[in-house]
Design a protein around this ligand. Structure first.
Ligand code: SF4
Length: 364
């Protein structure tokens, strides 16, 4: 039984797993595995896992970075809201460029009241402390960050906090995975989400094996988790299996977190369709605030209409999020686009593929 996080980073064990992978891979083929989450991309680059793997293993970055997948139109929406209210959001969202090189950070420099928070609860506190002002929480994220936003909305209702609302941009993992598989991406397996799966469980991934015939292994974010998951995927491919397996059993249970799921059901409902950067419009792929809590919906309160907008013309984030291109294919990577001066969302968040390539220098 491993007790401490360092043990999930043991180089000796990683090399041992790498040897097993190298022994198992068949020389005549490649194994194309998509790591869905930016957290996995980050672990792969930070710990140099690609250097341990045989050339037969090809890792493809997926769309699992909530900052990266938000389209420019929704960033523009938050900037528009900052002209009417205090906007509270996570640090990364302040730096994502919207249209015309505008960002929430720049809006703040021009006088808007934009505040960085660590959680939806922090935004709630800002609303309590500023009863004479409107406070909007710019909420983003997959199923991991959705329950805390639901809790904040429910708490606002309990306290009858009338100056608090949420600009809801919470998205769902399974439709994104389906979108990738429908797009014809050439994959032999998927390294599946870890924290998301702790909330939604394992069942929602059955379609990956049943409909698309691909194996998926739910994987933790530590380097040994990722290495072990790759080994499990190789073993599935070699034996012709396509199953949902759980490497991250220390945190993920089959049915996930029932209380978190009930909370999300109560406070949110599915949107008919939602636009994703790179993946386009996808049906029932995002949440909005349910009718029972609609007074906390910033889009309704401020009559916000979101329009689509194009990415910077040099930016390849869309192709990178679909697993078609890699950051080094982008002509402005590391030149005009750096973490200090990001042109696209994939360079902003530490979970973004471009930021991971840049930060750990492995593209060199
Ligand atoms: S390097 Fe910058 S411009 Fe190029 S794809 Fe990445 S985020 Fe977009």
């Amino acid at each position: 039984m491993i007790k401490y996080v360092d043990e999930y980073r043991d180089g000796e064990v990683a090399r041992h797993i790498a040897k097993r992978i190298a022994t198992d891979v068949r020389p005549e083929r490649t194994y194309r595995f998509m790591e869905f989450c930016g957290g996995h991309t980050h672990a792969i680059f930070r710990y140099g896992l690609s250097d341990l793997l045989p050339p037969a293993i090809r890792l493809i970055h997926g769309p699992g970075c909530p900052v990266c997948v938000l389209p420019i139109g929704r960033v523009d929406g938050a900037i528009a809201l900052s002209k009417q209210a205090i906007v509270a959001t996570y640090a990364d969202m302040m730096r994502v460029p919207g249209s015309n090189a505008m960002s929430l950070f720049r809006a703040r420099a021009e006088g808007a009241d934009v505040r960085m928070v660590y959680s939806a609860t922090d935004a709630l506190q800002i609303a309590r402390e500023n009863p004479e002002k409107e406070v909007v929480f710019f909420a983003i994220g997959f199923e991991t960050t959705t329950p805390p936003t639901a809790l904040a909305i429910r708490q606002a209702k309990i306290e009858n906090l009338s100056n608090f609302s949420v600009y809801c941009n919470h998205v769902l993992t399974p439709p994104a995975l389906r979108g990738i598989l429908d797009s014809g991406a050439e994959l032999d397996g998927v390294i599946g989400p870890s924290h998301v799966s702790a909330v939604i469980g394992i069942g929602p991934y059955d379609f990956v094996s049943e409909k698309y015939g691909k194996p998926i292994v739910i994987s933790g974010f530590e380097p040994l988790d990722v290495m072990q998951s790759i080994l499990m995927l190789v073993e599935q491919v070699n034996s012709g299996r396509a199953e949902v397996e759980n490497e991250y059993s220390r945190a993920v249970e089959g049915n996930g977190n029932a209380r978190a799921q009930m909370l999300m059901e109560e406070v949110f409902e599915l949107r008919d369709a939602f636009e994703w950067r790179g993946l386009g419009w996808m049906e029932r792929s995002a949440r909005k605030i349910s009718a029972g809590y609609s007074e906390y919906d910033a889009e309704i309160r401020f009559g916000l209409i979101t329009s689509s907008a194009s990415d910077h013309k040099a930016c390849e984030c869309g192709e990178i999020l679909r697993g078609i291109k890699s950051p080094k294919d982008c002509k402005v990577f590391g030149k005009a686009c750096t973490p200090e001066n990001p042109l696209g969302s994939c360079m902003v968040s530490s979970e973004g593929a471009c930021a991971a390539y840049y930060s750990y220098g492995r593209y060199k």
